[in-house]
Design a protein around this ligand. Structure first.
Ligand code: GDP
Length: 430
């Protein structure tokens, strides 16, 4: 049985929502393994649109189990709010269909405030975070002072843990000119929500092992994209977790052998939100065209995304770093109507050809993309459901992408509609 990991192969927003939804219908268990409530998938099922930030996509479908793994940082109040929003849409989230790792790190108000204070300060580097406290929560996890979900079940030792955490945060807050926080304040913040989240707590690594042994299909749902990975991305303009496929194992507590297939969601062009290097960025009318045609505005933040040509150098790199077996190429239809389409095939760094994005921030800012130009296509790819529906030039574009990145197209998405998908290879192959 092949369990599937879905990861973004660019800077996120590749259209994972639609593909994850398509796959989650075929899965028994859907697992989040990194990130927090900054994800932002829109699922459209029977014409009803559901917005999910933290919950695994499976929860909107009856009979599926959603798991929030230990690699996720969990804002308990955001969780309760998201469950409430789904309840208003008639979707019931209970311990029957959602389990959360007992060792999941919690996001607290001090994290959110620190995140926002840093992003709004005029000094230092703006990372372009969503201001939800995710980065500071991961910092505390690594600093070994985080409050974890299981701590809510131990009221006798929770105050001491909070005190330890606040010794660090209050020092920071004093430095940033923010008022100090009292232990009682955080204690109240946590105890007020404990009863609502503790019923979901479980030993999820064991549960997943059992489900795996029972032959269930597990879908690991990645958030963001490989170029935002804390190690492999465009540091420091990255997210605060590992977003590559290997994290599916560590962030859920299953060994790497549990992963059968890695599907990289790949947009037919490139976008990026916030700051950081973007070699193929277009600031001209073609960039505007891609943004308008592709509705490139953030689901969570509403921020306008930067747009540019497809960068085969970057995707080839993430195919390798993430062990991508096949890609789901999305939003091909956004390229409809262009006379010519460019693909970045290599970079020049100080006049020298290179085949990858260097790790140095200074070099990343200096690389110059080298393009190949392909003819655009007459007619439309939008809504195509078979190769025969695609214009010949569009097929040529897809084939060239495959060749350049070194991975086959397993799925091709030609509109936001679920059915407008060409399946080449089923990632859940039996
Ligand atoms: P995610 O975070 O990776 O799920 O990506 P987003 O949700 O930010 O972006 C997906 C957006 O693109 C959603 O509005 C989808 O409905 C839309 N979308 C997904 N696939 C396609 C496609 O093939 N064509 C078009 N035009 N839109 C798509």
């Amino acid at each position: 049985m092949a369990n599937v990991v879905v990861v973004g192969s660019q800077w996120g927003d590749e259209g994972k929502g639609k593909i994850v939804d398509w796959l989650s219908e075929r899965a028994d268990v859907v697992v989040r393994f990194q990130g927090g409530h900054n994800a932002g998938h829109t699922l459209v099922i029977d014409e009803v649109s559901y917005k999910l930030s933290l919950l695994p996509s499976g929860v909107v479908r009856p009979g599926k189990l959603g798991v929030i793994g230990n690699g996720v940082v969990l804002d308990p109040h955001a969780l309760v709010a998201e469950i409430g929003r789904l309840a208003a849409q008639g979707v019931s989230v209970t311990p029957e269909n959602l389990r959360i790792a007992e060792n999941c790190t919690l996001i607290l108000s001090v994290h959110r405030e620190l995140d926002q204070k840093r992003e709004s300060s005029n000094s230092g580097t703006k990372i372009g975070t969503t201001g939800r406290g995710i980065g500071p929560a991961y910092e505390d996890k690594v600093g070994r002072r985080a409050i974890r979900l299981m701590d809510l079940a131990e009221p006798s030792i929770l105050p001491a843990k909070i005190e330890r955490l606040l010794a660090h945060h209050n020092a920071l807050r004093r430095g940033l000119g923010q008022p100090e926080v009292a232990v009682e304040t955080l204690l109240e913040e946590l105890t007020s929500v404990a009863d609502k989240v503790l019923p979901f707590m479980d030993v999820t690594w064991r549960l997943l092992d059992q489900r795996r042994r029972a032959g269930d299909r597990i879908l690991f749902e990645g958030a963001q994209g490989a170029l935002l990975d804390i190690d492999h991305g465009t540091y420091p303009f990255v997210t605060s977790s590992n977003t590559v496929s290997g994290q599916a194992a560590t962030g859920s507590g299953l060994g790497p052998g549990a992963i059968g297939y890695v599907l990289g969601i790949t947009k037919a062009y490139t976008t990026r939100v916030g700051e950081g290097p973007f070699p193929t960025e277009l600031t001209d009318e073609i960039g505007d065209f891609l943004g308008t045609q592709g509705h490139e505005f953030g689901t969570v933040t509403g921020r306008k995304r930067r747009c540019g040509w497809f960068d085969a150098v970057l995707v080839r790199q993430t195919v390798q770093v993430s062990g991508i077996d096949g890609i789901a190429l999305t939003k091909l239809d956004v390229l409809d109507g262009l006379d010519e389409i460019k693909i970045c095939v290599k970079y020049l760094l100080d006049g020298k050809e290179i085949d990858h994005l260097p790790a140095s921030q200074a070099d990343q800012a200096r690389v110059v993309p080298v393009y190949e130009t392909l003819e655009g296509w007459q007619g439309t790819t939008r809504g195509a459901r078979s190769w025969a529906d695609l214009p010949a030039q569009a097929v040529k574009y897809v084939r060239h992408v495959e060749e350049l990145i070194g991975a086959p197209v397993a799925m091709l998405s030609t509109s936001p509609e679920r059915e407008d998908t060409i399946l080449v290879q089923d990632p859940f192959r039996d």
